[in-house]
Design a protein around this ligand. Structure first.
Ligand SMILES: [Ca+2]
Ligand SMILES: [Ca+2]
Length: 209
């Protein structure tokens, strides 16, 4: 029996409050803007971890600069994978989701979202772990219909194959952390081909438009 020991991110940073002069404030503001321009920030997968498993996997964030196939047992290992799809998408129509932190089953037209793909393509493994994002999770497409209906938002060079076999099965559980809306938990068994879900987050607070 799996026992759930949830650990939550310690995200707050305590900064001493002090009075600073205008010139110093301007310098800090300019430095921040230069840094922001040099390294654009997006709503992205930032980390993940497998807490318990029956294999030897680890969390891996994939880059999509080179095309690859996902689905149909193209990985067949114990890792928990995630990659970023398109960013800052303004929804021209509502999209259906299967899982969310507040129980909603739709993301509204006009909402700006970022899209991400999370999957577990093992031979016969079980994972209990999480993936962290740098913005609030709005919802998860976790079944074949909702995944297919949102493929047009992905906009990557990734080749999504065996798409009719995507989605969670009985016993797979995915949920948004109750205390940290930027953390997605998975407890699932991925065999052939595996478990594949799409996660929508808000636009990152620091993202450039
Ligand atoms: Ca499964
Ligand atoms: Ca597999």
């Amino acid at each position: 029996m799996l026992s759930l020991h949830l650990c939550f991110k310690q995200g707050s940073v305590d900064l001493p409050i002090r009075r600073i002069g205008d010139s110093m404030f301007r310098q800090i503001a300019i430095a921040w803007m230069v840094a922001a321009i040099a390294t654009p920030t997006f709503a992205t997968v930032i980390d993940g971890k497998i807490i318990r498993q029956n294999g030897n996997g680890q969390f891996v964030k994939l880059e999509t600069t080179q095309p690859f196939d996902v689905g149909n047992d193209t990985f067949d290992d114990d890792n928990l994978y995630a990659f970023d799809e398109d960013q800052n998408i303004t929804l021209s129509e509502p999209i259906n989701i299967d899982i969310s932190g507040d129980g909603s089953r739709k993301i509204s037209q006009g909402q700006v979202v970022a899209s991400h793909y999370v999957f577990f393509d093992s031979l016969a493994g079980i994972h209990y772990g999480y993936v962290d994002f740098d913005a609030q999770i709005l919802g998860v497409a976790a079944f074949q219909g909702t995944l297919a209906a949102t493929d047009f938002l992905a906009n990557t060079s990734v080749n999504y194959i065996s798409t009719e076999l995507r989605g969670l099965e009985d016993g797979d559980i995915v949920w948004v952390d109750e205390k940290d809306p930027q953390r997605l938990w998975v407890y699932w068994a991925g065999s052939s081909p595996g478990d594949y879900i799409r996660v929508f987050t808000k636009k990152s607070a620091g993202a450039l438009s």
